[in-house]
Design a protein around this ligand. Sequence first.
Ligand code: PAF
Length: 291
Amino acid sequence: MELIALPGEMRAASRRARAGGRRIGLVPTMGYLHDGHLSLVRRARELADFVVVSIFVNPTQFGPGEDLDRYPRDLDRDQDLCLAAGVDAVFVPESASIYPDGADTFVVPGAVAEPLCGASRPGHFRGVATVVTQLFHIVEPDVAVFGQKDYQQLQVIRRMVRDLHLAVEIVGEPTVREPDGLALSSRNAYLSPEERGRALALSQALDEASARVAAGEDRAAEVARRARRLLEEAGVRVDYAEVRHPETLEPVDRVSPRAVLALAGFVGNTRLIDNRVLVVPGAGGQRENTR
Ligand code: PAF
């Protein structure tokens, strides 16, 4: 496994692999890897012959007062996990090589980046779209794999790839959960045992919503209201609990045929997100993100 820090060296390694007839897969991460990331790596290995994991805590997607400085990092452990997972190259750039002195050019996504996390974290998706575009230009992947846990991020990236004619296939992988339902997240490391118990309310609210929709509830506002109440009752400070169109993330009146229930809330000081695509039985919506 190669460990590469410089963008030019990363691009050269990708080009060598391509010249050797290999298909290139990229899994962009901010490190502190868990089984959710490793499921993305497994998928990338199915889809490509040369798998690159990027590890970069991207400063431009953090707002003032957010957790950039204390975001968990463990590069040695991440490297061991990548090696064991059969990764071909780990790209670990310094901030200064991604954002050269005076860097002042950004990729600004449109309406799909405005609601939900885009409203709570102004500039967040501009930072994500910019760094992901940079990674695409450095690694030149044929396919890039992202987790559906960051559902809005996945829609922003799909839209960006479409709008900018980027030559990369985007694959979304289902959220990996602990046995009790908690979605895996690097930020779970911040939770005390008591907070971790409260955090279960997110996946429980999604389960409840799925059950209600399966039983015939089709009113988006009602599904969202119930989810918000469950979170509040569990002591989660709700950022948003909304039912939205599964691709555009525009508001919808009805769940039918399918819609995404997107949740974000603070457990103590830790902001967690989770989501589920709700499918009305028999309404012809495609199932996604149900794991
Ligand atoms: O999902 C993440 O970990 C980050 O937002 C990403 C896609 C690696 C960009 O920094």
